[in-house]
Ligand binder design. Structure first.
Ligand code: FNR
Ligand code: LAC
Length: 372
């Protein structure tokens, strides 16, 4: 079923689906991926909850931030190298956890992990991966974190232990999915939660969470203490959008916070990540690392997120576009494009190192810029 108008998610950027057209930016990958995927699977990746307001607002929030470039700074070399919970990475851009990479390619997360590693950065592997925890680790050349959905406590503990044994370096507890958001595209395509969880790719038997075992709606802040009791890995929480919850997360000893509204896929109308970031940064006050995701499509978006205090950004859908279009190579190319854009943006802004990127770089305007 074709329920969508044939545009990319970012109307501001002309893109093309001609197979031999040059790939210039992430939206070109979006068009390429879309042309290659079945409409139902494409909708699962692209879609969000209800009216998809938050999905679009994530992008719009970047357009309310203006850059204040400095002139005549020597930017002959820009240094993008960063660390994430101590792990060295080539740039402050990580791959967000996204479910079911097998819908894009049979190799699924194994190809993604190879591509992310080739780009010199870190991948967060979803609890709903299409491939086994261990085979993804084998295919990876960069650091991995394991994103945790708690189906049942016993099977979750088993997965955390397997991730730890396979060399994953942190546990990312996603907090914004007490229930699945109302993805209306999926409903129209008859792709319900049951069919999503039963869309098992080869070797994916270990990630099955039977809906009747799902305890996500009964999780509380004490769940973080439970996770700590079963693993010595650092624990991040993903899905925080308020200062109040950031402070609770600190009380429960998290190693880092990921400001996120799940790419608009959960609570529609939830505040755009970039609007929530400043209050979380202020509440945390440097005590732990703070990451942000949602709508990052340009190097200048990364620059703005760093200027507002994020340690690094995570990108979700663009990784899937690269994977669907060109496998591992597409994933590393998507990240390479973003890296080149960030490098250029840092040079043009007169901020050659990450330490030079501070709050003086951005000014917030009330209005979002829209092209005439
Ligand atoms: C997600 N996201 C997600 N998050 C998570 O913690 N576990 C998961 O399994 C998934 N699955 C998932 C599937 C798909 C298809 C998408 C698009 C997203 C949310 C993801 O980690 C991230 O928060 C958003 O994707 C960031 O927004 P952008 O970059 O996609 O705009
Ligand atoms: C999603 C879940 C699985 O966003 O995180 O589809």
């Amino acid at each position: 079923m074709e329920a969508l108008e044939p545009t990319t998610s970012d109307e501001a950027v002309a893109s093309t689906t001609t197979p031999d057209a040059p790939i210039i930016n992430l939206m070109d990958y979006e068009a390429l991926a879309r042309a290659q995927m079945t409409a139902t699977f494409w909708d699962y990746y692209a879609g969000a909850a209800d009216d998809e307001v938050t999905l679009h607002a994530n992008r719009a929030a970047f357009r309310r931030l203006w850059l204040r470039p400095r002139s005549l700074v020597n930017v002959k070399t820009c240094d993008l190298r960063a660390t994430a919970l101590g792990a060295p990475i080539s740039m402050p851009i990580l791959a967000a956890p996204t479910a079911l990479h097998g819908l894009a390619r049979p190799e699924g997360e194994c190809a993604t992990a190879a591509g992310v590693g080739a780009a010199g950065t870190l991948m967060v592997v979803s609890s709903s991966a299409s491939r086994r925890i261990e085979e993804i680790a084998e295919a990876a050349s960069g650091p991995l974190w394991y994103q945790l959905y708690i189906g049942g406590f016993a099977e979750s503990e088993a997965r955390v232990r397997r991730a730890e044994a396979a060399g994953y370096r942190a546990i990312v507890l996603t907090t914004d999915l007490p229930r699945l958001g109302h993805r209306e595209r999926d409903l129209r395509n008859h792709l319900g939660f049951d069919s999503i969880t039963s869309l098992r790719m080869q070797g994916a038997e270990d990630v099955e969470i039977a809906p009747e075992d799902f305890v996500g709606d009964a999780l509380t802040w004490e769940t973080i203490d439970w996770v700590r009791s079963i693993t010595s890995l650092p624990i991040l929480v993903k899905g925080i959008l308020t200062a109040e919850d950031a402070l609770l997360a600190l009380e429960h000893g998290v190693a880092a916070i990921i400001v996120s509204n799940h790419g608009g896929r959960q609570l529609d109308g939830a505040i755009p990540s970039m609007e929530a970031l400043p209050e979380v940064i202020a509440a945390v006050n440097g005590r732990v690392e703070v990451y942000v995701d949602g709508g990052v499509r340009r190097g200048t978006d990364v620059l703005k997120a760093l200027a507002l205090g994020a340690r690094a950004v995570l990108v979700g859908r663009p990784i899937l576009w690269g994977l669907a279009a060109r496998g591992a190579e597409g994933v590393s190319d998507v990240l390479g494009i973003l890296r080149a854009e960030l490098d250029r943006a840092m040079a043009l802004a007169g901020r050659p190192t990450l330490a030079d990127i501070d709050a003086t770089l951005v000014r917030r305007s009330r209005e979002e810029w829209t092209h005439p």
